[in-house]
Write a protein that binds this ligand. Structure first.
Ligand SMILES: [Zn+2]
Length: 120
């Protein structure tokens, strides 16, 4: 008796609803950020008008700011763990960022060699 109205079921539904809402919110946040990044990728792949050249210049600066902000929290504390994710530093965020920036096929390396010489 009681079926879906028992306290145990109501409590479970309440907990599940909270988790489901948080999961949906996380998915929406993830999707929104990826949608924005996709728009930037689309811009990079298009022939640019003068307005889009200016937009691209501004986007490059903003993307650098975003990467810096992401990395800023991922610093080692006194115990050698990351302040943001409590993993041994360098954490996966720092390792992945480093690997992508230093990848020889990416333009970061080409730019650094152009600006700082081949020894970079
Ligand atoms: Zn971290």
């Amino acid at each position: 008796m009681g079926g879906l109205r028992t306290p145990a079921v109501i409590g479970w539904v309440s907990r599940m609803d909270t988790r489901a809402v948080l999961a949906d919110a996380a998915q929406l946040l993830h999707d929104d950020v990826y949608r924005q990044l996709h728009l930037v990728e689309d811009l990079a792949d298009s022939d640019w008008s003068e307005d889009e050249v200016e937009l691209a210049h501004e986007l490059i600066s903003e993307l650098v700011v975003i990467v810096r902000h992401v990395l800023a929290g991922h610093r080692a504390d006194a115990t050698g763990n990351c302040l943001a994710c409590a993993q041994l530093w360098p954490c996966q965020v720092v390792v992945t960022t480093h690997r992508l920036v230093k990848h020889p096929d990416h333009h970061f390396v080409r730019l650094a060699r152009k600006q700082c010489g081949e020894g970079w």
